[in-house]
Ligand binder design. Structure first.
Ligand SMILES: Nc1ncnc2c1ncn2[C@@H]1O[C@H](COP(=O)(O)OP(=O)(O)OP(=O)(O)O)[C@@H](O)[C@H]1O
Ligand SMILES: [Mg+2]
Length: 315
């Protein structure tokens, strides 16, 4: 991939199963998907017109970096992020290599569980709003007197339903999760989500990053095995806060999207519904630099020097 080439829509010659805010998901065969992280960026749930260079690559490689460490803890969907391995398995992908190399994950196709497994280790965002109005989180009572952005020990599993495109996810209680998924699966997802989050929160902390909260997805493969799917502990699926500026009693800057949010907040006359305004080059560049910095801070390796981790083929 050339240095500054960005991808807004991937346009690969395969059946496109899904185009989300960030990923284009293609069917390679009945069992395999190519998930391409574009450079699209969203703010306030609206996709912005300008792609952010290297963003897709960062999301994909961060996911691979975590999944390599999590291999022994949880079965996951990732087969490879290494273009050589992907092409060796699916030679038909060679001609389109430039459009996906570095930003694509070859994954096992699953039937996704229709609940987003959110874990919160700090109280912020919608959880802070709920707590302020009712003293609860996901309908369960929390200790009195918590302050905004305060650390939660133990972290809390606060699932949400997966919303259709253009709609917002809706928080549900653990009781409702049991109603949707059955008790056995609900309990299993809670256990796995909390375990993975606590592992991630600890590692991120040693890198000067507070992993405030995150969202996991799970799915069942053709054999009925439960796998961790989607992106994992990335700045898009999680809130990453810089440790050095953390303090309770206020909101925190986001390690990655802050330049974009600040610019949009300062802008008069956009009501945060589509279409979004064009971003100035400097803001796009600042966001790109932030994503690369997050990568380096987390992995201790520059994005350009990162060697894709290798995974067993799981067969
Ligand atoms: N192994 C897998 N098998 C099947 N579906 C998967 C797998 N991994 C991820 N997915 C699905 O692929 C999609 C990824 O797309 P993307 O994250 O861009 O969009 P989204 O989650 O639908 O919407 P949003 O823009 O809110 O993130 C998700 O719907 C996710 O559930
Ligand atoms: Mg998603």
């Amino acid at each position: 991939m050339s240095e500054n080439e960005t991808v807004f829509n991937a346009e690969i010659d395969l059946p496109l199963l899904h185009r989300g805010k960030v990923r284009d998901v293609y069917a390679v065969d009945d069992e395999t998907l190519l998930m391409i992280a574009s450079d699209r960026i969203s703010a306030f749930d609206v996709i912005l017109p300008q792609p952010v260079p290297h963003k897709g690559e960062v999301l994909t490689q961060v996911t691979a970096w975590w999944l390599k460490q999590l291999e022994d803890r949880v079965p996951h969907h990732l087969i490879s992020v290494d273009p050589e391995v992907i092409i060796a398995r699916h030679p038909g992908l060679a001609p389109s290599r430039d459009k996906w190399a570095g930003r694509a994950m070859l994954v096992r196709r699953t039937q996704p569980v229709l609940v987003e497994c959110v874990v919160r280790g700090y109280i912020t965002g919608s959880a802070w709003k709920e707590y302020q109005s009712s003293g609860t989180l996901a309908n369960e009572r929390l200790p009195a007197g918590l302050q905004e952005s305060e650390r939660l020990d133990p972290p809390i599993f606060s699932p949400a339903t997966k919303a259709a495109v253009g709609e917002h996810d809706e928080n549900i209680t653990f009781g409702q999760t049991i109603e949707v998924l059955g008790e056995e699966l609900a309990v299993r997802l809670r256990e796995l989500s909390l375990e993975i989050y606590e592992y991630g929160r600890g590692v991120a902390e040693t890198r000067g990053i507070i992993l405030a909260d995150t969202k996991f997805e799970f799915g069942f493969d053709a054999k009925g095995e439960l796998l961790l799917i989607d992106e994992v502990l990335t700045p898009d699926s999680s809130r990453f806060w810089p440790k050095e500026s953390y303090g309770v009693g206020r909101g925190q800057p986001s390690l990655d999207k802050q330049p974009v949010r600040d610019w949009l907040d300062a802008l008069q006359g956009w009501d945060k519904s589509p279409p979004a305004p064009d971003l100035p080059t400097g803001v796009v560049q600042a966001a790109s630099d932030r994503y690369k910095d997050v990568f380096q801070r987390l992995t201790h390796t520059a994005l350009a020097d990162f060697e894709p981790p290798q995974f067993g083929d799981g067969t």
